[in-house]
Design a protein around this ligand. Structure first.
Ligand code: ZN
Length: 240
């Protein structure tokens, strides 16, 4: 899985995280995600970079997600730090879950709502599979990083809506069922769990350190400078 960082720094959601506009942002940033929500874009646009370009604007205040998965390459474009609070599901799930969008094949044509016609089934299924497989790998990685159990922590936007933590959308299940693709959320969770179980969990841990101080105020001041460029940076106190 290839991951490219393309943070949507101009999106108002990114800015709300930087300024910690209210307590929900600070909480999400210190605690990290409690769950992972899978979406699909709901339009026939397979290219992740198109969304990155369109959403990275100060006037794009409708939504912001953590990543888009390109349907033509399987490349993950990470658009928010994983511990930023996103605007992806239109409900309280934004306080608990991070959100990842599968880009959808251009071999389909939307007819309104969640209904679409398949123009080239073979191409559409190949695009769908590429995104699905990258999503399995990414979700396994994130479950490992945040100590989440795929069986309970992973849901779709549609499932979130049914549980009352998201708006009433059909994604991504409508995309899979509309294509006749052999995927379901039950299967997705099982595939993530399988990928997580085979991921190397041991071995050396490589940390990058950028400063060390005896004076806590100096450390905090420096941290703020580092965070302006690398929002995931944090302060760790070591006794010695
Ligand atoms: Zn969605």
């Amino acid at each position: 899985m290839e991951l490219i960082e393309s943070y949507l720094t101009n999106n108002p959601c990114f800015q709300a995280n930087v300024s910690q506009a209210d307590g929900r942002y600070a909480l999400f940033q210190t605690r990290g995600p409690l769950g992972l929500m899978l979406h699909s874009v709901g339009c026939a646009q397979p290219r992740a970079e198109v969304f990155c370009k369109n959403w990275n604007r100060a006037d794009y205040d409708r939504a912001c997600v953590h990543a888009f998965i390109d349907a033509k390459t399987g490349t993950v474009r990470q658009t928010l730090p994983w511990n930023f609070r996103g605007w992806h599901c239109g409900g309280s799930g934004n306080d608990s879950h991070l959100g990842v969008e599968l880009c959808e094949s251009d071999a389909i044509r939307y007819e309104g709502g969640a209904r679409f016609t398949v123009l080239d089934r073979q191409t559409a299924l190949a695009d769908c599979r590429r995104g699905y497989e990258a999503a399995v790998e990414l979700f396994a990685l994130l479950c490992g990083k945040y100590g989440l159990d795929p069986k309970s922590a992973v849901c779709s936007h549609r499932e979130g809506g049914k549980r009352g933590i998201a708006s009433g959308h059909a994604d991504p299940e409508h995309y899979w069922s509309g294509l006749g693709a052999p995927y379901s959320m039950e299967g997705f969770r099982a595939d993530v769990a399988k990928a997580l179980a085979t991921m190397p969990q041991t071995g050396p841990l490589y940390r990058v350190q950028v400063g060390a101080f005896r004076n806590r105020a100096y450390a905090e001041a420096y941290l703020r400078q580092v965070q302006a460029h690398f929002p995931e940076a944090f302060l760790k106190t070591e006794a010695n």
